[in-house]
Structures are given as structure tokens and as C-alpha cells.
Design a binder for this molecule. Structure first.
Ligand code: HSE
Length: 430
């Protein structure tokens, strides 16, 4: 058999250990598929002596990230640490500059610095492989970059954060509100102690920025993304959405059409019986449509040791076979730098939830505000009222856009009998 493909693994947390396990247990099968053995030459992590439940005694211990990056025996460095700045970024730059491929699950790093790192990789005839960075075990990078490469991709829809999807599913199943479910998820170790990256939509937005780049041949632009998380979604909204035939999902959307390039990450209503509506709990899903292939949908686990390590090892096998591809589908000098537009003027139906004093004239006032913006009502529910005489009014609109909805909301919130802030969410009929 030909010479081994030699790697160093930086980071022996859940995913790093998962990578070691797969490479050990499937060594022969992987060598056949790669056409050569994969050899772990060195590893490194914060604590050398910790028992990780996997035998690493046969590998060198690199004393620093830079020592690993500069190790001339290595063909690739497998970065399993994470973080968009600091020593990890430096190590990746160092590895690329010294002619090593990099495999990573680090979406934050690539969403912020992907273009510069891709250029550095090109200059050194190597690449950065990152299947595990987007939707964990779902092979969506390979699908977009290779399987769908004959198509002009028009739309991408993604449920890209398992923590958010778990929280929204659990709220619906147990009738509990966001804060209660989040606290339980943290106590059980399903959600991070600092949950903001997940629940505020940032982690999912990193992934969406990368998907947009891959799909449309443009530079990833995390800063140009509209991002809303799920903190404002109440159990009531989930209940009313269900009455109307919808599930609420944190949905990433990117599209390229005659109106230009658009991307947004926000909670949306999707039909219960649609493909994305039935993606529950920690599962992720990506739906794409191309001009020749039509719709393609993939669902699977977006996090965890096995699924994420599965994608990392698939990347290592590809590199060992010599299948290093341009980081964002095309060479960096072909990547377009585009002005991303928001979805504000994109037509869709909307869900509105208003809390009102249950008294004469309320509906007339609300419908007048909607009428002023040419918004037509498709469906309507009134539920209430509570001991304070407060009722909930739920409106599903016909097609309009966020500009009209937001301006109607300003007028509605100024009505004397409407209480607090209106909740509005886009309805994606998919
Ligand atoms: N924290 C992410 C999730 C997985 O909950 O889906 C890693 O991006």
C-alpha cells in the first residue's frame, strides 16, 4: 500500500476523541477507501494526562499548537478546538503556510476569516476541509460543492442549530416556556452554560454564511446577516402556530434570484406536514433547490461525537485520496463580493400575535392599521381573556412584506387598547 497520510489532531474534546475512535476502529476499511492508511502522528490538548477513554499512547504529544503546525511529517492538521480568534487561528495560518491541509469544524473562524484563510491555502497548494462545521453529520458541503455542482442554486433553507430545535420542540411537547426549558437543557448538559451563541442564532448564522458562500460562489458575509434568535418565542406562539397548522423553527434562509442575494436567520412558521416542519428535537436539516435538480433535502444529527467525527474523518479520507477542493466551491479570485439584502421586502405571509384589552373597537383599530399598509387577513384567532381582561389576537396575513408589517405594528402598538409588544414571524410555506 502507498505511503500513509499523516495527521496531527489538535484538541481531544468530544469530537477530537471521536475522530481518534473512528480512525482506530475502522482503520482497515478507511485505508481501503482512501487508498492508503491514515496515520495519526501526533495529538495535543490542554491536559496530557487526562483519561479520555481512548488509547493515545502510540502518538507523539505535541507541546504546542505551533509545534504541531510546523511538524514537517504531517500532511494535515485536524483542528478540533474551536474559536474564531487567537492561538487557534494562528495555528491554522501556520499549518497552511507550511503546506499542510487543515480539517476543522470551526464555523466561527471560517465565517469571519474564511476568505483570507482560503487565499492562504491556495497560495500554498493546500485546502481547508470543513464538512463538520455545518450541520454536524449531514454531508451538506459535499452535496453543494460536488453533488449539485451542475446547478445554479436558488434557495437554501436550514434548521442549523440542534439546541434551538430541541428547545422549541420541548416547549411544544411540554407546554413550558423558553426560560424553563433552557434551564433544564443546561442542567442536563444539552445546552451550554452560556447559551447565547446557540439561542441568539449566532452559531446557526455562522453556518448559514458558509452555506451561502458554497451555494452561490460568493464571499461568506456573517456581518451582513440579519440574525434573530428564539428568546422571544413564547409557548403561546407555539400553541397558536399549531392551531394554524404550523411549527416554529429557527430557520436560516439564503437565496439568489432576480432581486439579488439575500440571507436571514430568524424564527419562522413552517407547515406542520412540510419536510422541515417535521424535523424535531436536536435534528438539523438543509433544504436546497437548484435550477435543474429541483428540491433536495437532508436531515440528520447536527452535533455530537459520532456525527461530527464522521464528517471530519470523511474530509480526512478525501484529502488522503488527493480530493482537495476550493474552500468555497470556486477559486478565491472568482468569489464574488456581494451586497447582501435583507428579506425585508421579500413577499411572504406573516403571523402576528397581539395582546389587547378585550373591549369594543379593538379589532376595528387593528384592521384599520393593516388596511393602511394593504395587508389582507387570511386567518384569525381570538383567545382570552385573562383575569385582567386581556385577550390574545392572532392574525395570519396574506402575502405582504416585513416593511409593511413593521410599519403596521408601529401603528397597532400605538393604539390605546393594545398592550405590550406585538410578536411577528414570517410564514414560509415551503
Ligand atoms: N451547538 C450547536 C447546536 C452544535 O446546538 O446545534 C455545534 O454547532
Amino acid at each position: 500500500m502507498t505511503e500513509a497520510f499523516s495527521i496531527g489532531i489538535a484538541g481531544l474534546g468530544t469530537v477530537g476523541v471521536g475522530v481518534v475512535k473512528i480512525l482506530q476502529t475502522h482503520a482497515d476499511m478507511i485505508a481501503e477507501r482512501a487508498g492508503r492508511p491514515i496515520k495519526i502522528v501526533s495529538v495535543t490538548a490542554g491536559n496530557k494526562n487526562k483519561d479520555r477513554g481512548v488509547d493515545i499512547s502510540g502518538y507523539d504529544w505535541a507541546d504546542s499548537l505551533d509545534n504541531m503546525a510546523q511538524d514537517t511529517r504531517l500532511d494535515a492538521v485536524i483542528e478540533m478546538i474551536g474559536g474564531s480568534e487567537g492561538p487557534v487561528k494562528g495555528m491554522i495560518e501556520n499549518a497552511l503556510s507550511t503546506g499542510k491541509h487543515v480539517v476543522t469544524a470551526n464555523k466561527a473562524l471560517l465565517a469571519h476569516h474564511g476568505v483570507a484563510l482560503a487565499k492562504l491555502a491556495e497560495e500554498n497548494n493546500v485546502t481547508i476541509a470543513y464538512e463538520a462545521a455545518i450541520a454536524g453529520g449531514i454531508p451538506v458541503v459535499k452535496t453543494l460543492r460536488e453533488g449539485l455542482s451542475a446547478n445554479k442554486v436558488q434557495n437554501i433553507y436550514g434548521i442549523l442549530n440542534g439546541t434551538c430545535n430541541y428547545i422549541l420542540s420541548d416547549m411544544r411537547e411540554t407546554g413550558r416556556d423558553f426560560e424553563v426549558v433552557l434551564k433544564e437543557a443546561q442542567d442536563l448538559g444539552y445546552a451550554e452554560a452560556d447559551p447565547s451563541f446557540d439561542v441568539d442564532g449566532i452559531d446557526a448564522a455562522h453556518k448559514l454564511a458558509l452555506l451561502g458562500a458554497l451555494a452561490f460562489g460568493v464571499e461568506p458575509d456573517f456581518k451582513g446577516l440579519n440574525i434573530e434568535g428564539i428568546r422571544a418565542v413564547g409557548f403561546d406562539d407555539i400553541k397558536y402556530a399549531t392551531e394554524l397548522g404550523y411549527r416554529i423553527k429557527l430557520l436560516g434562509m439564503a437565496s439568489h434570484n432576480d432581486q439579488g442575494y439575500m440571507q436571514t436567520m430568524e424564527p419562522c412558521l413552517v407547515p406542520i406536514n412540510s419536510a422541515l416542519g417535521s424535523v424535531e428535537s436536536v435534528f438539523n436539516a438543509v433544504m436546497m433547490d437548484g435550477d435543474y435538480v429541483d428540491k433536495v433535502m437532508m436531515e440528520g444529527r447536527g452535533a455530537g461525537e459520532g456525527p461530527t467525527a464522521s464528517s471530519v474523518v470523511a474530509d480526512i479520507i478525501d484529502l488522503a485520496k488527493g480530493n482537495g477542493l476550493p474552500v468555497f466551491s470556486v477559486a478565491t479570485n472568482k468569489l464574488k463580493s456581494v451586497d447582501w439584502q435583507s428579506f425585508e421586502d421579500v413577499e411572504s405571509c406573516f403571523y402576528l400575535h397581539l395582546k389587547v384589552k378585550d373591549e369594543k373597537g379593538v379589532l376595528a383599530g387593528i384592521t384599520a392599521c393593516l388596511d393602511k399598509e394593504n395587508i389582507s387577513v387570511d386567518n384569525f384567532i381570538q383567545r382570552g381573556h385573562d383575569s385582567n381582561g386581556t385577550a390574545s389576537i392572532i392574525i395570519e396575513t396574506h402575502a405582504t412584506n416585513a416593511i409593511a408589517i413593521n410599519s403596521a405594528i408601529v401603528d397597532i402598538e400605538a393604539l390605546g387598547n393594545v398592550q405590550g409588544k406585538a410578536i411577528s414571524m414570517r410564514i414560509e410555506k415551503l
